[in-house]
Design a protein around this ligand. Structure first.
Ligand SMILES: [Zn+2]
Length: 102
C-alpha cells in the first residue's frame, strides 16, 4: 500500500515525507518534527522495517501532542508491543475503529 501524504494525529494533519530531513541523518530510520507537524521516513531502510518505523514516529507524535515525556527505549517498547498486538490480532484495528462494543 502506498503511503498517504498526510496522517491525522490529535486532530492535526501531519505531513508524511519520504526522505532524509537533513544531511547527517542518513543513519536514522525516521524522524518526527513537532513544530512543522512532519514525519520523515528514510526510504533507504529495508521495506520490512518501514511499517515499524512509521508506528515508532506516530508514537513520538502522540506523546509530543500530549506533552508526555519518555525515553527512546520507551517509544521503542511501545512500537514493538503495539505493533505485535496489532499483527497478531488482525480483527483489533477494525474493532477499535468501530468505537463501540457490539
Ligand atoms: Zn524514536
Amino acid at each position: 500500500m502506498k503511503l498517504p501524504k498526510t496522517i491525522k494525529i490529535g486532530g492535526v494533519d501531519w505531513k508524511l515525507n519520504w526522505g532524509i530531513p537533513e544531511a547527517g541523518a542518513e543513519d536514522k530510520f525516521g524522524e518526527t518534527r513537532f513544530g512543522g507537524s512532519e514525519i520523515w521516513i528514510n526510504p533507504g531502510q529495508s521495506p520490512n522495517m518501514i511499517p515499524s518505523t512509521l508506528l515508532h514516529e506516530l508514537i513520538h507524535a502522540v506523546l509530543l501532542n500530549a506533552g508526555a515525556k519518555t525515553t527512546e527505549n520507551g517509544v521503542r517498547a511501545l512500537e514493538i508491543g503495539i505493533g505485535q498486538v496489532l499483527r497478531d490480532n488482525k480483527w483489533l484495528a477494525d474493532w477499535l475503529k468501530a468505537g463501540r462494543v457490539v
